[in-house]
Design a protein around this ligand. Sequence first.
Ligand SMILES: *[C@@H]1O[C@H](CO)[C@@H](O)[C@H](O)[C@H]1NC(C)=O
Ligand SMILES: *[C@@H]1O[C@H](CO)[C@@H](O)[C@H](O)[C@H]1NC(C)=O
Ligand SMILES: *[C@@H]1O[C@H](CO)[C@@H](O)[C@H](O)[C@H]1NC(C)=O
Length: 323
Amino acid sequence: MPGAGSAAASRSWLLLVLLLLSAFAALAAGLGSAKKVYMREKVRKMFYHAYENYMVHAFPHDELKPLTKTFTDSLSELGNLKLERLPQNYNGSALTLVESLSSLVVLGNYTEFERGVLWLSDNLTFDVDARVNLFECNIRVLGGLVSAHILATDSKSRLEHGLYKNQLLDLARDLGQRFLPAFETPTGLPYAWINLKYGVMEDETTETSTSGCGSLILEMGALSRLTGDPRFQAAALRALRKLWSMRSPLNLLGTTLDVVTGDWIEYSSGVGAGVDSFYEYLIKAYILFGNDEFWDMFHSSYLAVQKYFRHGPWCSTNNFLTL
Ligand SMILES: *[C@@H]1O[C@H](CO)[C@@H](O)[C@H](O)[C@H]1NC(C)=O
Ligand SMILES: *[C@@H]1O[C@H](CO)[C@@H](O)[C@H](O)[C@H]1NC(C)=O
Ligand SMILES: *[C@@H]1O[C@H](CO)[C@@H](O)[C@H](O)[C@H]1NC(C)=O
């Protein structure tokens, strides 16, 4: 999606300046250097405590259960509060490893990063009979793979074995393609649930959340740019635009909706669960892709939130469309 005009360019500068200013402010207010080293060491230890115990007791399952030192294959449980329609024969997708790769790079552990990347390249498959939440699978798995791919590409010279040949991008593309059937609705709004092997299941619920429709553009947009396949971005953008068209005259959105009829189910609006990442993705999409369209949606939403939800330091939930 092409470029930003001069208004957008000046906004980018403003964002950059704000970021730099806040970084300097943090430094100036700053922690003394001994304290910084102490805190950094503490964070490092906490990371390895969690990571190594996952690798010993749970990998390649999805998550560690720390009290019992066992595992749970939680990808199919995420967002599934009633634990309905769980798969019978699913043994996990090394979810915690996927989610840890970027931290390994931040900590400078390229050896372990490469080991994880190569394990996933060899062993991860999405051809599994498991019903997963599109939103959760997108933010964790697709996001994890896309960011690890970018990090692996950027740090190729620091990887010892020279074996990285875009395998994570291939996995991400495969996963993205498994997402696409969820968007085949009359409205373009995606189903909340998709079976990785079989697509949308029979009698699948048509109810989803605002976050579920409006928090896909970062990962799917990046996937399109990296693969050259426009379908991922197109699907996410169509859903986001449809969602935005459903806003009230106050520029507020409800919390849950029906993907087939395009009607709101829960009309109350807010900034909490079910909506929060909709706002987050608008500003991040503007920063990442630079399109005025994302800025305009964010700006209108932001003003509406300030106007209708804000009471002193608190944000409240409002009942809107009862106009
Ligand atoms: C999951 O593990 C069980 C027990 O080891 C095995 O019988 C089953 O075939 C595995 N499922 C898949 C999809 O590999
Ligand atoms: C990298 O991670 C592995 C696995 O947790 C650990 O054994 C190793 O000490 C780490 N390397 C560094 C330099 O921290
Ligand atoms: C893939 O998994 C198998 C079985 O656990 C393992 O032997 C192999 O080393 C893994 N591949 C990589 C590249 O780590």
